[in-house]
Ligand binder design. Structure first.
Ligand SMILES: [Zn+2]
Length: 479
């Protein structure tokens, strides 16, 4: 090859690496490559980390988008998308890769809406929670794949039936008094969950997620908690299979589910995959009751509100449909993400302006509380309306305030020093204080640094559980 042509060929190769994620089913190595490609295209606003390994040792990679990757900025909410929990339900996995590429490219194009979203939100994307199951499903003949082939993890366990069952405690507390938020885990829980589930529970504990969606397939509906029906114990009572099991946040969950179904091209019209759903949404238990699911666990153990999105009649859609499915879901994926900014947020602090972690934020009339994060900031998703909210913490006098949530954007409510202790103070959104930039607490993976310019990365610090292996198997071009 001539000396003159070689630079041109190299240039074209680099263009190809930087090109779009493309519409094909990504095997594990291709998925990892795609995530690193997006990171290399947008190194300033992304970070790749792993939350653990599958049974067969594949990494559960997360791609984070933020104006300050690796850092929790107080008052900036954390959001997550989880795909491919059932290994044979693969559309979510591909949609999340497309979404990652889209966020990166639109940021480069200075798309105002998405740039603002990335500036104001910390977005975590886990394209595959069950990479082992995916490989089993992907190895089948697409025309002859069994309905359940690859659904479970490599130990044969359904991960959406594998979280600690906190609903039983919640129903007990409902009758006898006790919280329905941050319910303690049973003593032996770790021995009863799979590695993938354990990794996700640790992930949920390390980040104060506010809103989430779990992407599945096999139907077309947005499903909201609770998934588990309250058992009817009275003898002789024939329990209907479609008994709804609403949370105290039922109205909010319906609105969140509709945010997706109405922004989706057709979900709200409830086209049939055999079943009809009004508005394209359903309460989980009203559809069919299941125990130990992930969305109920989010609500009962963390501050996070999660819904489950069933995105395609066909669990493993043909490759030719992927581009169409992306266009059908694109607006809905963005619209749902923006819902993380609907409600109130603020800071709970002591008389010295130190943030109080674990303070309880209660909303009068809604029987479900949230708590403040490590730096004292809290987020409470709410529908438009006027609310009386109370902040309380051990050793402090509770403080109450009235706050109005408008139809657009969050109200900022802070808890600043007044008198000897803490008061909730309403601060207009326009004078929202600049966030203090602080390193993540308790998540030393954030100390990893990636050097995308040379297409390599180095690990600076972090325990073994956080190590991300250098992906030597993947054909990175050297710089
Ligand atoms: Zn599923």
């Amino acid at each position: 090859m001539s000396q003159l042509l070689w630079p041109l060929v190299r240039f074209l190769l680099l263009i190809e690496v930087a090109a779009s994620v493309n519409f094909f089913h990504h095997r594990y190595e291709q998925l990892v490559q795609a995530l690193f490609n997006v990171h290399n295209e947008c190194p300033d606003i992304t970070r790749i980390y792993t939350i653990g390994r599958s049974v067969q040792g594949r990494h559960l990679y997360v791609l984070e988008f933020s104006d300050n990757p690796g850092i929790h900025e107080p008052l900036e909410p954390e959001f997550k998308y989880v795909g491919n929990m059932h290994g044979n339900e693969v559309l979510g996995r591909e949609l999340l890769l497309q979404l990652s590429e889209f966020l990166c490219e639109e940021y480069h194009r200075r798309n105002e809406r998405l740039t603002r979203l990335i500036w104001d939100t910390r977005i975590h994307i886990l394209p595959s929670m069950n990479p082992d199951g995916y490989e089993v499903a992907a190895n089948q003949d697409p025309d002859a794949i069994g309905y359940l082939m690859g659904r479970n993890n490599a130990n044969g366990i359904d991960l959406n039936r594998n979280f600690p069952d906190l609903n039983t405690f919640m129903y007990y507390n409902e009758k006898n008094g006790g919280p329905n938020h941050h319910i303690p885990l049973p003593a032996n829980w770790k021995s009863q969950v799979e590695p993938e589930t354990l990794a996700v529970i640790h992930w949920m504990s390390r980040y104060n997620f506010v809103l989430s969606a779990n992407l599945h397939g096999g139907a077309l509906v947005a499903n909201y908690p609770y998934d588990k029906a309250q058992e009817q114990r009275s003898r002789g009572y024939q329990r209907k299979s479609n008994t709804p099991s609403p949370t105290p946040d039922d109205k909010l969950f319906r609105k969140l589910a509709k945010a997706y179904s109405y922004a989706h091209h057709s979900m709200h019209q409830s086209p049939t995959c055999g079943e009809q759903f009004a508005d394209g949404i359903t309460n989980g238990a009203s559809w069919y009751s299941l125990s130990k699911g992930m969305q109920d666990f989010n609500y009962l153990y963390t501050n996070c509100f999660e819904i489950t999105l069933e995105l395609s009649c066909d669990k493993f859609p043909p490759q030719k449909d992927l581009e169409k499915e992306w266009l059908v879901n694109r607006e809905a994926l963005i619209t749902y993400l923006e819902e993380v900014h609907q409600g109130i947020k603020g800071l709970v602090s002591d008389e010295n302006n130190n943030g109080i972690a674990g303070a309880v934020i209660s909303v009068n009339g809604i029987g479900h509380d949230v708590t403040s994060g490590d730096q004292g900031d809290y987020f409470r998703l709410l529908l438009p309306g006027t609310y009386t909210i109370t902040a309380s913490a051990d050793g402090y006098r509770p403080q109450t305030a009235t706050v109005t949530v408008g139809p657009a954007g969050p109200s900022l409510v802070s808890c600043a020093e007044v008198g000897e202790r803490c008061v909730v103070q309403i601060v207009p959104l326009a004078i929202q204080p600049g966030p203090q930039v602080t390193k993540d607490i308790g998540w030393s993976c954030s100390t990893h640094t990636y050097f995308s310019g040379s297409q390599q990365w180095r690990e600076l610090a972090g325990p073994d559980s956080c190590q991300v292996p250098f992906p030597t198997a993947f054909p990175f071009l050297s710089g």
